[in-house]
Design a protein around this ligand. Structure first.
Ligand code: NAD
Length: 539
């Protein structure tokens, strides 16, 4: 008998041969330690256009262009042709054509492809880090240590998870039949991503979808298309078949709405603001699509009076300022029990003042600019209006001197704002932390729950009963105890309330990207079954 172990039973999908890594221009363009001014050359890299359809780059045909701007300097680094409806149609057609073979591939085949994909992204890690830093203004230490490794880990996780799509066990539930559940891919998934973590959001949208056998058309934010395009190219170079991952870079109104409403798109997966999410939901509902919404957040940071104050202060500054505060789970509202309040305000402000703003590509930089000048002005608007009803303890200004041309804003702490004020209730999405006092534990938990959002929260205390209560009573998709921000591929991410529904990352994301089919076999071979009497005749 032939060695069965070496025979792959399955559809034998043909992976494209993987391009040798040393053979790519991307592989070693940027090494760690290259000069600070050695920024990513977007214009040269994407000369063939900023769409990625059926395995190759293409130019958008909307007739309109968009500039990618380096927010650290305000200079345009790449102007591209925006996608129009025709480009979205072409991408959806490519995804539709790729779907049957990809869906029929065995889990092991999809897993192999994802392992190869992880290896290619790892090989190009520095390139991804620089492109992400350039388009977002993120310090290189953040993209090198968080965005890019997190993405590689995510690919590796889904390479494993692809082989473990669990379903309910089969059984004879009626007595006369055997039932089992098939978990099937949905079809073409239309995904829309925001600009705050473009690479990670592309990964979170694409990976569970393709691991489960779907194909994807991703629309990144107009401001930040570069790493989504690199990601799709890396997948193709790793051998993932053409059309499994497509990227259209167009506006939300034109390309985004066309993708959501497209009749050949079976599911919409959206990450972005709650306001746009509502519009997306309207369009998706009208075409009866599966819908997954990851929306805004306004995370509370609850400090009980027995907390380790140093740990809470360090956690608050890191949790509020990560990614220049443009993080949907960032610590935005610190509620501090009265005995610790004054010390918390003073020490948090002092620590914020030590954070070094600067060129994202320079080694000593802690905090880069916001993603755009418009976003910086929006954040400044919240702080300026707050001066009328609250106290700006530190920050609240745009730095001058050599940072004046960038979209920078100083880390800002606001105290004495009322619970119902704009800075406490609205998502600011910048380096701004608001701090409020509370007296009783009941009050602290009630305040933590008192916004429309419910994405993430943290509670700080040495008392296991207090923290346990916080984990049960805070309405949010994630509650950290004595930390704020860390995420891991194995655990789900998603919101309660106006923060949306559905989960990214982890095996739970397969609930969004698969549909469940009940299969039922009659085991009796009886022609006239007992239940037929409810339709004709007697027993
Ligand atoms: P946004 O809602 O303005 O845009 C998100 C995406 O939607 C972009 O690609 C945009 O082009 C597209 N879009 C805009 N209008 C559209 C329309 N009418 N139809 C279809 N698509 C449309 O959000 P943003 O400013 O890019 O990102 C910041 C927001 O994202 C914040 O609210 C943040 O909390 C949220 N976010 C949430 C999560 C999460 O996991 N819950 C993660 C990251 C960011």
């Amino acid at each position: 008998m032939e060695g069965l172990c070496s025979v792959r039973i399955g559809t034998q999908i043909e992976l494209k041969p993987r391009r040798p890594l040393g053979d790519t221009e991307e592989s070693d363009m940027h090494k760690p330690g290259s000069t600070p001014h050695d920024r990513f050359l977007a214009g040269e890299r994407f000369a063939d256009g900023a769409q990625f359809i059926a395995g190759r780059p293409a130019k958008g045909t909307s007739g309109r262009t968009h500039a990618v701007v380096d927010p650290a300097t305000g200079t345009e680094v790449y102007t591209y042709d925006l996608a129009g409806a025709d480009d979205v149609d072409a991408a959806v057609a490519a995804a539709r054509e790729a779907f049957p073979a990809w869906a029929a591939a065995t889990p092991g085949e999809r897993s192999d492809a994802l392992h190869r994909f992880a290896a290619v992204v790892a090989e190009r890690a520095e390139d991804f880090a620089r492109a992400e830093s350039l388009q977002c203004g993120k310090p290189l230490k953040l993209t090198r240590e968080f965005d890019v490794p997190g993405t590689i880990d995510n690919i590796a996780f889904f390479a494993g998870a692809a082989r473990h799509l669990a379903g309910q066990s089969a059984g004879e539930y009626s007595g006369d039949h055997t039932s089992y559940v098939r978990r099937e891919p949905i079809g073409v998934v239309g995904s829309i991503a925001p600009w705050n973590y473009p690479l990670q959001m592309a990964a979170w949208k694409i990976l569970p979808a393709i691991a489960a056998g779907n194909t994807v058309v991703l629309k990144p934010a107009e401001l930040t298309p570069l790493t989504s395009l690199l990601f799709a190219q890396a997948a193709t170079d790793a051998g993932i078949p053409d059309g499994v991952i497509n990227v259209v870079t167009g506006t939300g109104k034109e390309a985004g709405e066309h993708l959501v409403g497209h009749p050949d798109v079976a599911m919409t997966s959206f990450t972005g603001s709650t306001a746009v999410g509502k519009r997306v939901a309207e369009i998706a509902t009208a075409t009866v699509k599966r819908l997954h919404l990851e929306l805004g957040g306004k995370a509370p940071f609850l400090v009980f009076d027995d907390a380790d104050l140093d740990a809470a202060v360090n956690g608050a500054v890191a949790g509020a300022l990560i990614n220049t505060g443009q993080d949907c789970t960032a610590a935005t509202r610190a509620y501090v029990q009265r005995p610790l309040y004054d010390a918390f305000v003073e020490r948090t402000a002092a620590l914020m003042e030590t954070v070094r703003l600067g060129d994202p590509f320079a080694p000593g930089t802690d905090l880069g600019p916001l993603v755009s000048h418009a976003q910086r002005d929006r954040v400044a608007g919240f702080v300026e209006r707050a001066r009328a009803y609250a106290r700006v303890v530190t920050g609240g200004e745009t730095p001058l001197g050599e940072l004046a041309d960038g979209a920078y804003y100083r880390p800002t702490l606001i105290a004495d704002a009322a619970q119902d004020s704009e800075v406490v209730q609205s998502e600011i999405f910048g380096p701004v932390l608001v701090v409020l006092p509370f007296d009783t534990d009941d009050e602290g938990i009630a305040l933590a729950n008192d916004t429309p959002y419910g994405l993430a929260a943290s509670a700080w205390s040495r008392d296991v009963y207090r923290t346990g209560r916080a984990t049960r009573e805070i309405k949010a998709g994630c509650v950290w105890i004595n930390d704020h921000i860390p995420i891991i591929s194995e655990m789900p991410h998603g919101g309660y309330k106006a923060s949306g529904f559905g989960k990214d990352m982890s095996a739970y994301s397969f609930e969004e990207y698969t549909q469940i089919k009940h299969v039922m076999f009659d085991n009796t071979a009886v022609v006239r079954k007992d239940w037929h009497r409810t339709v004709f005749g007697d027993r």
